[in-house]
Design a protein around this ligand. Structure first.
Ligand code: GUN
Ligand code: ZN
Length: 462
């Protein structure tokens, strides 16, 4: 039994109802069974089940593990890379060359270990991981993830066209499909053999529309359609950089001659947005960024159950702009959170939530919004579980969920400790609670995350 200040978003609210679903139990307890399923979550003095030894973390906090819905494994060593420009220049100058280094199996294995270390340090218990082009690197990622006891959804980044700098990442059309199929057969639910209990899952991941061809989209669409009912995921980038004329969105619309960027992922990738193949959209599809969407793109994502990985840290680093929060929420699309490391330069999702807070309060005019701390916590946890269609298993600390949680000890990070002890608090108890959660999320740093649990098992950095 773990004892501490429990914070989580209970039930299954949408983001606009998150504040009403915020649970804060200053002297709380979390109990789980031998399978790592939560059997009690509530006040310590009301524990109704046998909980064994009490591990007292007070005055520390118990939070659900963070869910990072967009992070790049082959960019583990490519954070804070200066490319002298926005997305396309940065890809060309820094990212394609960095990712090419994963051709060396030893380098890739070191990166897999470092990537898992970063995730554990940051309390990221589940992640949609944009993978390496190289199958041996993906093997290293899945093996290391399994060894550490973490969860992951990942797939090799598919490129069938690109500039010279991406040469070693590009494959033939035939190999693109073959390698993705092989990855699915080798790793999808490989740990338990059952997609509903597995910690490892595979996604189909074309890098973005500009890295593939209409033939790739058609072939991967066929493949995805054939594995959808096995719980395979789809992941890519959408509407990130809107520099006029030469940016990602303009180039995509020009290359494909389509009405909207989303059409290229929705089977309508032929000129005039004519149908050319199967759609990738659905409940296991996460599209990163979606900063500059047309209304009908948002409506189509909402209608299909497709989620957005919102990546404000990366959007600042690459000058991609700010996803309009209220407009995107109003469209009914689920918005989860992504570090987008190395486009972002923070693995720690509470730092990314801090950036979300800052960019959305700074939106122009009436669009500016001060996100509620519960909405922040929701976006970094339960919305991620929903985006992964895993809300029945993870995302909060409700009874029946798998016990993925982190322990935060303010004493291990002096600035946080000071804010917890000496920060201003309202006389109104609800406002005081919200102020504590807000300061906790904004001021938390890796050293304060002292323990990380997946399915009730502690995971370690070594
Ligand atoms: N679009 C295509 N590839 C990438 C990438 O690696 N990072 C980001 N942020 N956007 C992309
Ligand atoms: Zn990305």
């Amino acid at each position: 039994m773990h004892r501490g200040h429990v914070f989580h978003i209970a039930g299954s609210p949408t983001v606009t109802a998150a504040a009403g679903a915020l649970v804060s139990i200053p002297d709380g307890a979390l109990v789980f069974d031998a399978d790592g399923v939560i059997t009690y979550s509530g006040p310590f003095d009301a524990v109704t089940v046998g909980g064994g030894t009490v591990v007292d973390h007070r005055p520390g906090f118990l939070l659900p593990g963070f869910v990072d819905t967009h992070v790049h494994f082959p960019q583990t060593f490519a954070g804070d890379a200066y490319g002298g420009g926005q997305l396309l220049e940065w890809l060309n100058t820094c990212i394609f060359p960095s990712e090419s280094m994963f051709e060396d199996p030893e380098f890739a294995a070191e990166a897999a270990a470092a990537f898992c270390d970063r995730r554990i340090a940051a309390g990221t218990t589940q992640a949609m991981v944009f993978g390496s082009a190289f199958p041996h690197a993906q093997d290293a990622l899945f093996e290391e993830t399994l060894r550490r006891g973490l969860r992951v959804v990942s797939g090799r980044g598919v490129q069938t066209t690109g500039p010279d700098s991406a040469k070693s990442l590009v494959t033939t059309e035939h190999d693109a499909v073959r390698l993705v199929s092989e990855e699915i057969e080798k790793w999808h639910a490989a740990d338990t053999g059952d997609v509903d209990t597995a910690l490892l899952h595979v996604a189909v991941v074309p890098r973005f529309s500009l890295s593939v061809t209409t033939e790739t989209l058609r072939n991967l669409g066929e493949l995805y359609d054939s594995v959808r009912d096995r719980g395979v995921y789809f992941h890519t980038h959408l509407n990130e950089n809107n520099r006029p004329g030469t940016g990602e969105i303009a180039t995509t619309l020009e290359t494909y001659q389509v009405d909207s960027y989303l059409d290229t992922y929705d089977g309508k990738f032929l000129p005039g947005s004519a149908a050319g193949g199967k759609s990738f959209l659905g409940r296991r599809t996460i599209l990163a960024h979606a900063v500059h969407c047309q209304d009908d793109e948002l409506a189509r994502m909402a209608e299909t159950g497709t989620s957005i990985a919102h990546c404000p840290t990366s959007q600042q680093f690459l000058g991609s702009g700010t996803m309009p929060w209220n407009r995107t929420v109003a469209a009914g699309v689920n918005i989860a959170l992504g570090s987008d490391y190395g486009g972002g330069d923070e693995f720690l999702l509470s730092r990314v939530l801090g950036d979300a807070y800052k960019v959305h309060i700074s939106e122009p005019g009436d669009a500016g919004v001060s996100l509620h701390p519960a909405e922040l916590l929701f976006t970094g946890t339960l919305a991620g579980a929903r985006a992964l269609d895993m809300e029945d298993r993870i995302g909060n600390l409700d009874v029946g969920k798998e016990a993925d949680f982190i322990v935060v000890d303010p004493a291990k990070w002096q600035p946080l400790d000071d804010l917890m002890r000496r920060g201003i608090r309202s006389v109104d108890p609800d406002m005081a609670r919200d102020q504590t959660l807000f300061a906790l999320l904004m001021a938390m740093r890796e050293p304060a995350i002292t323990e990380v649990y997946v399915q009730g098992r502690r995971v370690d950095s070594v």
